[in-house]
Design a protein around this ligand. Sequence first.
Ligand code: GRF
Length: 217
Amino acid sequence: MTLDVNTNSLISPSITCTSHVNCSGGAPTKLGILASGSGSNFEAVAQAIKNGQLNAQIQVLIYNNKNAYAAVRAANWDIPAVLLDHRDYKSRSDLDAEIARTLQKYNVEWVVMAGWMRIVTQVLIDAYTDKIINIHPSLLPSFKGAHAIEQALASGVKIAGCTVHIVRLEVDNGPILMQAAVPILPNDTTDTLHKRIQIEEHRILPAAISLAIVRAG
Ligand code: GRF
């Protein structure tokens, strides 16, 4: 690991396309992305595919908030976007059943939760066993849940970061694919720290997707 003085991030040895069989040919893996908000991680995945760093194609974006900027990004990339508003469903399982149906309709093989702020049920996990990936803004297993960055700042730790992992039923739990560390600076706020964490998220999410696909064979 080295310290990148421009971003104040600890960087692991560079992850290149050639280190991932996923880039060496074969049909692109069909991804479905779930996002609730800004969609900068969705954008990072789309950009990595365009740059040839990830052999995949995004079949569909599913979003649950009608004003999610992720939907605008999907339109800019000409990627179908489907709004499934959790408020329209009686239970989490009902929403997940509709998500699974939509993903299957678009022939999705792997699911990426890129800022998906909903708790996943067994219904979705069973539909895509070991093929759902999540990104979380902490070094798991520390600071699970929706306020990871605030918790890291309040705890006094000096190193924050992000984790990409395979999704299990328990929130922010499951086999870790990749992590990046981000030092906490003396005057950091939630916003400043989140911005630096996101730089790392955008770097490791596409690489971790590639790694997961390769590992699954
Ligand atoms: C990311 O920081 C992710 O770790 C967290 O939600 C945020 C989503 O950001 N789960 P964006 O919508 O991808 O910009």
